[in-house]
Every structure is written in C-alpha cells, then in structure tokens.
Design a protein around this ligand. Structure first.
Ligand SMILES: [Ca+2]
Length: 604
C-alpha cells in the first residue's frame, strides 16, 4: 500500500474511532427510514437499531412515541427516553411529558437487561414472555432501571434471576404475575418506587425467593393474589437467609389468603420505620404472616389489618419475631395468632391511633397530634423518611414511614395556591372566615385570597390560625389543604367582600389541571378568582331544597346558597343579604356556603 493511501486509511480509521467513542445515537420513529442515528434528523426508527449502533459508554436517546419492539439492552450502554427530538443535552428531556413507550406487543419480554446497562425514562408495557419475565427480564445481569413506568405486562413487572438490578424511582403497576420477582440469588436494590395493583396467583407485589434485596422508600399498595389459599399480597420473602432491611416503606391495602401485607417463610428481614396498614387476608395474617421467621419490626406501625385470624400478625410456633418501638391499632377482634401471644408487651410498643392525615385516600402521613411522633427509637433508624426528608425531626424519631416535621413556610394563600397537589404547605397569621362540619376556610388579612381546610375537629370562627397540610383538589375543582396540623390563636375578624352574583367564582387563577393540579379553576375571563373568600351578596330567594336556595339579583346568574343544617330557607321572593364563602361545585357551579343562621338577613 502506497504511503499516502496508508496515511489516509489510518486517518479514516481514527476518525471512525473518535466518532464512535463520543457519539450519542438517536432514535425517532417519526424520521425517514434509512437514517444512521448520528443526529436527530437522521435518527434510527427503531430502538434496537440505536442500541446495536452504540458503543459503550455511548448513550442512546429516544424521542417520544410508542415503539412496538422487544428490546435487548447492551452492556454499558444507557438508553434514555423522554425526548421531544431536538435536545442537545440530556437534562433537557422530560420523561413525564414526552412519553416514550416500549410496547412488547405480547411477543416476549418488553426489555431484556444487560450488565451495566441503563434504561431510564420509558414506559415498558405489554410484554409477554414464553416462560419467565414480562416487562423487564434479567438473568445473571444487573442493569439500572430508573424513572420508568412498568405497567400492564403479562408476567412480572421486573423479573430477576441471579441478578442485582438497581431499580429506582419507578412505577410498577398492574402487571399480572407480580410487580418485582427476585428469584434465587442477587442483591437487587429497590428504592423510591411505587409497586401498585399488581396481581399473581400468589406472592403479588414483591416476591423474593432466596435473594437478598434492599428495599427502601417504596409504596407497596393494592397488590392482590388471585389463587385459592394464596400467600403474600404486598411483599413476600421465602428462604431468604441473609440479612435484609425493608425501610421507610408503606405496605397498605394489599390482599391475599394468608399474609395480606407481608408474608415471611424461613426469612427474617428487618422492617424499620414501615407503615403496614389496611391489608386484608381472607384466612389469616391480615397485615403479616410469619412461618419460621424471627423478623424484627422496629419503629413500625401495624394498623387496620383485617383477617378472621390474626388481623395484625399470624405466626407459627417456630416464629419468634420482635416488635420494638412499634404501634398497633385496630387490627380486628383477633389481632394476634396464637391468641396466647401478645407482641405489644415489652419493647416500648404503643397502642395509639396513628392519626393518619387521610387514610381513605392512602395519605399515611401523621397528624401533628399523633402519638407516633417522637415515639420511636434511634437504634438502626434511617436518616431520612419515605419523602426523603431528614430524620429525626423534633424530639426524636417517629414511628412509621413518614417523619412529622416543619412544612416549608409560605407567606400567603396566593403562594400556596400556586403549589401543586400533594405538596405539603404551611401558613400562619390567617383568619378563620367560616367554620363548618369537618372543614373550615381561612383568609388572608388583606382579603385577597382564601382557601378551604379539611380538619376533623371543630374550630372557632373569627380567630387567627396556623395551618399545615397537603394540597388537594376537591371534586376536581376546588383547591384545599388536607391539614395535618392546626393551631388556633387570638380572636380576629374579617370583613366580607361585597359583590354581585355575576362576579362569583371569577376567572382562572394560574390554573393548571395537572396532574398534579395547581392554581385554582374558575370561569374563563371573568375577573379575579374569589373562591375561598368570605363574600356578601344580595338578591331574591328562589327555593331549591330544604337547606338551600338560589339567590337571584337580576344578573341572570343565581348561585346556590347552602345553609347550616338547622336553618330553613327564607320564603320565596324575599330580598335577602347573604354572607358566606364563595365556593364551587363540579360543573363549575357557584355555591355560597353560609356558616351561621345570622348570615342570611331579609332586607325587604
Ligand atoms: Ca420526630
């Protein structure tokens, strides 16, 4: 080979090496076929083509869309979804907004793992393996699976055999044969995941057989077995002999025949700062069922379990579990089996109502008045909680998955309404403008904004108050705070804001339907939003029901006035002055909530 040609060939080889060593590979189903994957414009159409063209440690970026493929990851290569298809740096992507789906189209596992591979930002669905697997299949490999939704696979969400994947910040839901299955060996790490509504003949949510996983900050809920005499609704360990810790987890609302929440056999994992609640067993062990297990349950709430035998815990005679600084509450008529066994004795255990913020909707944070606050031990306690907030707060470690602590201090209700549903908020120095059964309204002293507060205990009208709690949207329309703490201060009044009926509700206030929602829904383009404010209006009475009427002021808009239980509406045609809270029902329909009988006064 002549010298010049040899030099040129060498240069070409070097150029090729440099290109492949640094290049991201692009995939976008919506680009013309025949692309080489080197730019978004010339992207591959298929994920697997992108993976096959990549060289470790290159990354493969995939644009939003649904890819009907059965993807085989490659060692050391990161596969990232959630791109719109124009980004130049990875942090510009938005996996939640730009859904990127690998659809296994019932033709095998949706994804097969590889050592050192990353899959991040995908929805992984519709996998159906011939034997084991489902969404993601790992055998002797340990990929990282992060920021993924692994849902509706026929089979397991993630199946591991002799594998140690890192699974973090994933939603693993509605798979037909377990959420996560760790089979025979491996040290899987499962953190910050939701494992919900998965089913299986038995062992539905997470099932570990002869494996040593670490499970932290997970919510395991709504998983259920479908077989007869089936074991393990939420999380199950069988023949797992090495030390295992389950930490800062909520295990709630799962069901099975035996062990609705937790099933242990020849396994003794430690449960630290967990909330095991509302689990159901058809035959025995509502919250937990132990066979030959010596588990330690520390700083853990065991509540509201349901089973004919052992609503809280069933154990066989060869099991010697320890409950330490844990709380038991309302686990049915026969909480423990055998009945001669009482794990609440010793160990500084409690029999407190944990006072969850909203058990009905699965919000298992503690109210400020819960006895579980500061009642835990610091022994082997975690440094954070399920939300990732630092422990301890206050005088000591709390019992349960959530540590009660100070909420971020927001200055005004206006600022609070800008926050999203689920956010924990706090406000002080506001006035109770209306008190009702099970809820009240607070208003800023400057009368610019008010908001509904859900709180089970009655509070006095016209007092200063401090509130902390979680933002929600009631009936999909009205923002409210589901309070976890309320402190009433000195008396102080607030004047109602007079307005015509047509001004009620007002326009949208920085409204975003979400989820999670933020701002406040209103009417389109009709002035300042006044939902939550104490208002005053006038008009003629049109009877509606025994405890409400419509008030008509000639504007053609008639809000419904809802009266206190003991008050009957004024006679038809009377002209009245009404003082109450501007509220909203689904529709949206304007509603005025009247706190007291003296707030409706005839003026004709
Ligand atoms: Ca504490």
């Amino acid at each position: 080979m002549p010298g010049t040609l040899r030099a040129l060939t060498l240069a070409a080889v070097l150029l090729l090496l440099c290109t492949s060593a640094n290049a991201t590979v692009f995939v976008d189903w919506n680009k013309p076929s025949g692309g080489d994957g080197t730019t978004w414009a010339t992207a591959f159409q298929r994920v697997q083509d992108g993976l096959n063209a990549a060289t470790a440690p290159n990354e493969v970026w995939v644009a939003t869309g649904s890819y009907s493929e059965n993807v085989i990851l490659r060692p050391g290569i990161g596969l990232y979804g959630g791109f719109i298809g124009t980004e130049t740096i990875r942090s510009e992507r938005d996996p939640a907004g730009n859904l990127t789906t690998i659809d296994g189209h019932q033709a095998g596992n949706a994804v097969i793992g590889a050592n050192g591979a990353v899959i991040d930002g995908f929805t992984i669905t519709n996998g159906k393996p011939s034997i084991n697997g489902g969404g993601v299949y790992c055998a002797y490999v340990s990929p990282t699976i992060s920021n993924c939704t692994i849902a509706l696979n026929t089979g397991a969400g993630v199946y591991c055999y002799q594998s140690s994947p890192i699974i973090t910040n994933c939603r693993i839901t509605e798979n037909t044969d377990k959420g996560i299955y760790c089979n025979t060996g491996g040290n899987a790490s499962v953190t910050d995941c939701l494992i919900a509504d998965n089913s299986a003949v038995q062992y539905a949510g997470i099932y570990c057989y002869s494996a040593t996983p670490t499970i932290k900050r997970c919510i395991i809920t709504g998983n259920q077995t479908t077989g007869t005499d089936a074991r393990g609704g939420g999380i199950s360990f069988v023949s797992c002999t090495s030390p295992i810790t389950v930490e800062n987890c909520v295990i709630a609302g799962n069901s099975a025949s035996m062990g609705g929440g937790v099933y242990l056999s020849l396994s003794s994992p430690s449960f630290v700062n967990c909330t095991i609640t509302d689990n159901v067993a058809v035959s025995s062990g509502g919250n937990a069922y132990l066979v030959n297990s010596n588990s330690v349950f520390r700083n853990t709430i065991v509540s509201y379990g349901t089973a004919p035998i052992g609503g809280a815990v069933y154990k066989n005679t060869s099991s010697n579990p320890t409950f330490d600084h844990s709380d038991f509450w309302l686990n049915g008529d026969q909480p423990f089996e055998p009945t001669s066994w009482d794990p609440t004795l010793g160990g500084d255990n409690r029999l407190y109502n944990p006072l969850f913020v909203d058990r009905a909707s699965g919000n298992y944070h503690l109210m400020s008045v819960s006895g579980c606050i500061d009642a835990g031990t610091n022994v082997s306690a975690p440094i954070d909680d399920l939300d990732g907030n630092p422990r301890p707060q206050g005088a000591g470690f709390d019992i349960g998955a959530y540590e009660y602590g100070p909420a971020p201090s927001l200055r005004t209700i206006v600022e609070i309404k800008r926050e999203r549903d689920g956010e924990r908020v706090a406000i002080s120095d506001v006035v109770i403008s209306g008190a009702f059964d099970g809820f009240f309204y607070i208003e800023q002293q400057d009368r610019v904004a008010g908001i509904r507060v859900v709180w089970p205990t009655s509070v006095p009208m016209n007092h200063v108050v401090s509130v902390s709690g979680f933002l929600e949207t009631r009936n999909g329309v009205e923002r409210q705070i589901r309070a976890d703490g309320v402190t009433v201060g000195d008396p102080d009044g607030i004047e109602a804001l007079g307005m015509g009926n047509r001004s009620l509700i007002g326009g949208n206030f920085e409204y975003n339907a979400g989820p999670p929602a933020s701002g406040q829904m209103g009417k389109v383009g009709t002035g300042p939003n006044n939902i939550g404010l104490l208002i005053r209006t006038w008009g003629r009475v049109i009877p509606a029901t025994a405890s409400s009427f419509v008030i008509e002021d000639g504007s053609g808009v008639g809000p419904t006035v809802i009266l206190p239980a003991e008050v009957t509406p004024p006679a038809e045609g009377r002209f009245v002055r009404v003082t109450g809270i501007s509220s909203i029902e689904a529709g949206p329909a304007s509603v005025i909530l009247v706190p007291t009988s003296s707030d409706v006064i005839p003026v004709d």
